[in-house]
Design a protein around this ligand. Structure first.
Ligand code: DC
Length: 216
């Protein structure tokens, strides 16, 4: 069975997807980390970020693996590096490129084959897994998402004001919603889950209940 979890940055997707997969004993696919990994290696190799052909070849050549919360690229742990601001910015042109998205769709479908999987991203329910048994669009108010992001950044030792986070978030949301291919949007048959006021544990409980309903 496939469960897709899409939604904007800061909605709590990653922790919810990880916890849900762990509760169910399923695999977890973080597709944002995949785009980030491609962007990281492209930057390291000095590749122009508008060279779709080379980026596609790069995406197809990389062995991206997940070990718990760690992300490995060709066996190298890049979990920290892919979350830096520099890589976050480089990820945008990579994720905006239609040929790269097409390649990522193929790779994500190949990785999912035969698995029970919770996959998170922006387009997992709408584009990559249109036949997924359960599609959830996880969201929260901009203020709530910015507060969560600020706490995460603080935990990584980066101090930002809520206002700065809100502005950066609004820019990212706009980019995510308006990309010509793979734009962030709920699939027509997605369940919308608003997480304002819900604890992480409550979000996971709701997700588990939704999965159980679909399995029946
Ligand atoms: O979820 P995240 O912040 O790690 O995502 C990193 C970037 O990749 C972000 O710009 C959105 C983009 N992305 C995407 O376009 N499609 C996905 N399925 C996942 C992420």
């Amino acid at each position: 069975m496939i469960v897709t979890l899409d939604g904007p940055a800061g909605a709590g997707k990653s922790s919810a997807a990880r916890a849900l997969a762990s509760r169910l004993g399923w695999c977890h696919l973080d597709t944002g980390a995949m785009y980030r990994a491609v962007a990281l290696v492209a930057v390291e190799r000095g590749m122009p970020l508008d060279d779709a052909e080379r980026l596609v070849a790069l995406a197809e050549s990389l062995a991206i693996e997940f070990q718990g919360e760690r992300v490995l690229v060709d066996g190298r742990d890049v979990s920290g590096e892919i979350r830096t601001e520099r890589v976050t910015q480089a990820t945008r042109p990579v994720a905006d490129s239609p040929p790269v998205r097409e390649a990522m769709k193929r790779i994500q479908r190949r990785l999912a084959a035969g698995l029970d999987l919770v996959t998170e991203g922006r387009d997992q329910g709408s584009v990559v897994f249109p036949l997924a048994e359960l599609k959830v669009y996880l969201t929260a108010s901009p203020e709530e998402r910015a507060r969560r992001r600020q706490r995460e950044e603080q935990a990584r030792g980066v101090a930002m004001s809520v206002n700065d986070v809100l502005q950066a978030q609004a820019r990212r949301d706009e980019g995510d919603r308006n990309r010509p291919v793979g734009a962030m949007r709920p699939a027509d048959d997605a369940v919308i889950l608003e997480t304002d006021g819900l604890s992480a544990a409550e979000v996971v409980d709701r997700l588990v209940r939704l999965v159980e309903e679909r399995r029946r």
